[in-house]
Every structure is written in structure tokens, then in C-alpha cells.
Design a protein. Structure first.
Length: 478
């Protein structure tokens, strides 16, 4: 059992992550609102969102290696220091250049200013990967799903706070004071971390991972869990569809509301994160988290298809609320599976690979959908031909082109999740999750050395695995 000290440490990590997530999300949302309000460019907001995910995809695998090689507390300190430095640079740029220069989409200062802010936000992913591994480190295995629900709740609180205050800050204070608030909050995170202690052993060097980007070690850890790669691929595809909503949500919302009211609408919708995360924290995910994940993804697809069928703000806001309530259990299911079937010593790298692949999908969609919506689909739906062909389904309104895109994205998501139920990978990973032995953490001994056999490859990662024949027999029965 985990000690009271470990439980308190996990609570402290959650609080610190909450402050950091609020800060980075606050500034990212504020940048998006500010750019759209000043330029009215769907293309610009799509590029900002896509660039954020592209940065995560570029750095996430290296982040995973860093998490595995260093103490989690050290990793979190590094994240806070780099984010604070990036926001200070953005503040200096804002003071040095006029707003008109920073808002010129054809000039270099807009892209430099946006990139610095996004980089400061992306470094937060380093902390989030470390947080996922601290669940294994500090929480008893039978409570992993519940702990992952708490992580989702923290993310929901962050989204709730930033949704309100980003809109209010841009609407009433402007971008300059918004930067001041973000810098102060990130420094507060850093100070809090200095007083936080995480009981953990110093990670042992991995002789098979000499480079900063350990693709080989990540691949080995994924291969040892049959079906895990398929889970990551499915989540990547899910994010590919999710990129549609990422690119179009703010332009659609800002069509229905002004910046302040859109912030409040997002705040209300983000309480769905709290409810979804709290339900997982209370009840867990059941004996088969993979089945839970796929059923919830199908429900998300249905919601994504229908919550813009009419340009009616209650339908949109309630639909967003339910959609966001489903996000924490979906993410918690993926994290719980990885925490059970991947050796602790390589979890950072596997979470990094998953984050990189899933994040890389969203920019592809965002960069494709934003110009497609701006120059083709929105003009088509504003024409007599578009209204005549789709008006019976989508009704009338200014943003019917966005609604058409989201309708088809939701349908594709439902079909993909339904087909995943039929795959061998789903059956194999479900069986492996049920039969995988307990994690052996650094400094601990296996509770039952006679019940497991050590695989030469997994031994280098410090984990004993069930004999492969037993797992294959289970697959046949599944």
C-alpha cells in the first residue's frame, strides 16, 4: 500500500499542476481570443491551435525520455522555469512592438510572439507526462482509474477558470495585463514547487537509451503489450477528428457570442470536465476500460454531429457540456491501461510517444480544415446552392459551413469506434489488462516471484511479465 506521505505528495502535485495548467491555458486561450477579435480570421486561429499541437508532437517524445531519466520533481521544476522564461520573453516583445505589428498576420512579429507563448504552454506537457507517471508511483494500483479521474477533474477546473478569465481579461484588460497575470501565476507555481517533496528513488540509467530521444526503448515497451500500439493509433485517429473541433470551436462560439459571453459559455461547458472527472474518481472505469473508452468515443461522435445542427446557442452549449464530460473518462481509460501494462521505468517514454502521435494528428486536421472552411465550405453554405442542399438538415445561420464539417467529423468518429470493437487488438489488450501482474517499482520486490517469469527484454525495463503462452491462450478464449 502507498503511504500517507505519498498520498499527500500526489495531492500536492495535483494542486501544482492545477495552477500551471490554469496559467498556460489562460494565456493560450487569451491569445486565440485576442487574435480572432482583432483580425476575424478563422485561418489565424486554426493555425495557432494547430501550431500548439505541432509543438507538442515535436517535443513530446523527448519529454518522455526526460521524465524517465530524472526525478519527477526535477522535471516539474524544469517545466515551470522554462514556461516562466517564455512568458517573460513574450511580455518583452509586447512592450517592444506596437499591437498593430503583433497583429499583422503577414509580418514576422505576429508569428514570433505567438510561437513564444505557445512554446511556454507546450512545456507544460512535460509536467503532464510526469504527472501520469506519478499516478503509478504514488497511488495504489487498484485506485489508478480513480486517480486518473482526479487528474481529469484538475484539467476541468483549469479549463473552467481559463474559459472565464481569458475572455474577461482580453475584453476588459487587453493583452498586456493578460501577460502580466500569466507571468505572475507561473512564478507562483515555481515557488510552490520548491516546497513540494515527492518520495521517489533516483532513476537508474538505462544502458539501452543513451540518446535524448529513446525511440527504441519506447518501441520495445509498446511491443511488449499486445494491442497497445493499436490503442495509440486509435487515439491518434480520434485526435485527428478532434482537430476539426479544435480549429472551429472558437470561431463558431465567437459567432454566437461576444468575447466575454463566449468565455462564460466555455466556463459553463467546462464544468462537464469536473463532472466527468469526478465520476471516474468516484466509480472508476469498470473492469474493462478499453470497452468504456470505445463506447464513450461513439457517444462523443454522436454529440459532435448534432450539437451544431441548428444555430441555437442552448443546443451548442449543452452539447459542449456533455462532450466535455466524456473527455476525462476517455483520457483516464487510456492512461489506466498504459499504467497497468507498461513498466514504470518506461512509462514516461510511452506516454511521450502517445502524446506525440496524438498531438501530431490535430494540427494536420486544423491546418487542413481552417483554410477549407474559410475559403470553400463556409462560402458554399452561404450560397443559394449550399442552403438549398443542406438547409433542411442544418437550418439557417451564419456558421452553417462549420456545422456541416462537424456533422461529418462526428459520423466518422462513430464509425471508427464501432469498427475498433471488432479488432483482434481490442481483444488482446483487454485480456492483457486483466492478466498483467502488479507493477514492481524501484526499491520494491515482486510480491510473488513464483507466479511470474522474466522476459529478457522486459528485464532491462525492470518488469516481470506473464508467460506469453498464457496470454495467447487467453486471447484465443477472448
Amino acid at each position: 500500500m502507498k503511504s500517507t506521505v505519498a498520498s499527500r505528495a500526489f495531492a500536492g502535485v495535483l494542486v501544482n499542476t492545477l495552477i500551471a495548467n490554469v496559467t498556460t491555458s489562460f494565456l493560450w486561450f487569451a491569445l486565440t481570443f485576442w487574435v480572432y477579435i482583432e483580425t476575424r480570421s478563422v485561418l489565424a486561429t486554426g493555425v495557432i491551435g494547430g501550431a500548439y499541437m505541432l509543438f507538442i508532437a515535436f517535443f513530446a517524445m523527448a519529454f518522455g525520455t526526460i521524465v524517465d531519466r530524472h526525478r519527477k520533481h526535477t522535471v516539474m521544476l524544469l517545466s515551470s522555469v522554462v514556461s516562466a522564461a517564455a512568458f517573460l520573453v513574450a511580455g518583452a516583445l509586447y512592450l517592444a512592438r506596437p499591437e498593430s505589428s503583433l497583429l499583422d498576420l503577414g509580418g514576422p512579429w505576429f508569428w514570433l510572439f505567438s510561437a513564444v507563448i505557445l512554446f511556454g504552454g507546450v512545456i507544460e506537457q512535460l509536467r503532464n507526462i510526469a504527472l501520469s507517471t506519478t499516478v503509478t508511483l504514488l497511488v495504489p494500483e487498484e485506485k489508478h482509474a480513480n486517480a486518473n479521474g482526479l487528474v481529469g477533474t484538475v484539467q476541468g477546473i483549469a479549463f473552467l477558470v481559463t474559459s472565464v478569465f481569458s475572455g474577461l481579461s482580453i475584453g476588459f484588460l487587453g493583452m498586456g495585463w493578460t501577460l502580466v497575470i500569466a507571468i505572475a501565476a507561473m512564478l507562483l507555481t515555481l515557488v510552490h514547487l520548491l516546497f513540494l517533496r515527492i518520495p521517489e528513488e533516483r532513476p537508474q540509467p538505462d544502458p539501452d537509451a543513451p540518446s535524448a530521444l529513446d525511440l527504441r526503448g519506447s518501441a520495445q515497451a509498446i511491443r511488449q503489450a499486445p494491442g497497445l500500439f493499436a490503442l495509440i493509433i486509435f487515439s491518434t485517429f480520434n485526435n485527428l477528428i478532434g482537430g476539426v473541433y479544435m480549429a472551429l470551436m472558437d470561431p463558431y462560439g465567437l459567432t454566437l457570442f461576444d468575447a466575454q459571453m463566449w468565455g462564460f459559455a466555455l466556463a459553463f461547458a467546462s464544468t462537464g470536465f469536473l463532472i466527468g472527472g469526478a465520476l471516474v474518481a468516484k466509480f472508476g472505469l469498470g473492469a474493462k476500460p478499453m470497452r468504456t473508452l470505445l463506447l464513450l468515443v461513439m457517444a462523443m461522435g454522436v454529440l459532435g454531429a448534432v450539437f451544431m445542427l441548428r444555430e441555437w446557442w442552448p443546443l451548442f452549449v449543452v452539447g459542449m457540456w456533455v462532450y466535455m464530460a466524456l473527455v476525462p473518462p476517455v483520457e483516464a481509460a487510456e492512461q489506466t491501461v498504459i499504467q497497468k501494462v507498461v513498466p514504470f521505468e518506461r512509462q514516461g517514454r510511452v506516454f511521450g510517444v502517445a502524446a506525440a502521435m496524438e498531438a501530431a494528428a490535430a494540427p494536420v486536421t486544423a491546418f487542413l480544415i481552417a483554410p477549407l472552411a474559410q475559403f470553400l465550405i463556409i462560402p458554399y453554405m452561404n450560397s443559394d446552392a449550399g442552403r438549398g442542399q443542406w438547409g433542411w438538415l442544418l437550418g439557417e445561420g451564419e456558421a452553417r459551413g462549420i456545422a456541416l464539417i462537424c456533422l461529418w467529423a462526428g459520423i466518422v468518429m462513430v464509425i471508427a469506434a464501432g469498427l475498433a470493437f471488432l479488432t483482434r487488438s481490442y481483444r488482446r489488450l483487454t485480456t492483457l489488462y486483466a492478466e498483467a501482474p502488479a507493477q514492481v517499482l524501484p526499491g520494491e520486490e515482486s510480491p510473488d516471484d513464483t507466479a511470474i517469469a522474466v522476459d529478457p527484454i522486459s528485464a532491462r525495463g525492470g518488469r516481470a511479465e506473464v508467460e506469453p503462452p498464457a496470454r495467447e491462450d487467453a486471447d484465443e478464449r477472448g
